[in-house]
Design a protein around this ligand. Structure first.
Ligand SMILES: Cc1cc2nc3c(=O)[nH]c(=O)nc-3n(C[C@H](O)[C@H](O)[C@H](O)COP(=O)(O)OP(=O)(O)OC[C@H]3O[C@@H](n4cnc5c(N)ncnc54)[C@H](O)[C@@H]3O)c2cc1C
Length: 227
């Protein structure tokens, strides 16, 4: 699949979104990812391909990815992504992935660490677009290293518009752990958990839930390796 680069949007001091127009219409489920390829000169040993979650919702039609930059310490792939020029064509394979919501009679706790927030923008805007958010109870718990919150406008707008949706930002040094989940989410053990972000955070939260007798059937994980 060919994608035409349209625009770059700065989200925080080090996070940017990149918007691409697909060459042909593409269907995906909110929460899925694609495998992107950006050929460039002298790639480092991490190569020219990366997985990124699609942070746009399907009704938005264009593919948006959102990522964090360490600027001069970045991989050559991230440098090539950052320097894309308008109308430049790249390629991607997919979409793929099971980190999606397909049952609308349940209640969800969406947990994100850092850039692991990307699937939830897509999922939440999709739930709203399809009129599902007014009937579903959803809690978003978003742990970040500082108060530069990616997509904060979207989440705050949803929280102000739907009393079924609650968002809680957890800023370091506050820690996202089971005690916090119990306070933020009433009847937390009757909900379905989605956890997304760097592997240590995902694993730590999963372990705490499992130790607290939450069934693995009620936990979905999305690991973002590489940070
Ligand atoms: C299903 C899936 C979905 C994903 N979705 C997203 C998403 O939506 N957004 C997102 O940002 N990421 C996502 N990721 C992770 C993404 O694919 C990259 O692994 C991640 O962004 C790191 O990118 P990078 O390797 O270019 O390193 P960078 O982000 O450029 O660097 C990260 C760290 O690695 C170090 N580093 C850089 N280059 C090298 C090197 N050659 N050797 C050793 N260390 C190096 C840097 O010093 C820095 O500390 C996803 C991964 C998967 C599997």
């Amino acid at each position: 699949m060919k994608l035409k680069f349209i625009e770059k949007i700065q989200r925080t001091s080090d996070c940017f979104s990149f918007i691409f127009k697909p060459e042909v219409d593409i269907k995906w489920q909110a929460g899925q990812y694609m495998h992107f390829s950006i050929p460039h000169n002298q790639p480092d040993d991490r190569g020219i391909n990366r997985f990124f979650t699609i942070s746009s919702a399907p009704f938005e039609k264009n593919i948006m990815i959102t990522t964090r930059f360490e600027f001069e310490k970045s991989s050559t792939f991230k440098k090539a992504l950052f320097s894309l020029e308008k109308n430049q064509i790249i390629s991607a394979v997919g979409p793929d992935g099971e980190f999606v919501i397909s049952e609308f009679n349940k209640s969800y706790v969406l947990i994100a660490g850092g850039i692991g927030i990307t699937p939830y923008r897509s999922i939440l805007l999709d739930l709203e677009f399809n009129n599902n958010l007014k009937d579903l109870e959803v809690f978003l718990l978003y742990s970040n290293r500082n108060n530069e919150i990616v997509f904060k406008d979207d989440f705050d707008r949803l929280a102000n518009s739907y009393n079924t949706f609650k968002v809680r930002y957890i800023i370091s040094p506050e820690r996202l752990n089971l005690d916090l989940i119990k306070i933020a989410v009433p009847y937390y053990n009757q909900r379905i958990f989605y956890i997304s972000g760097p592997p240590p955070l995902v694993k730590a939260v999963e372990d705490e839930l499992v130790n607290d007798a939450i069934s693995l059937d009620n936990i979905k994980l999305d690991y973002f390796p590489g940070y």
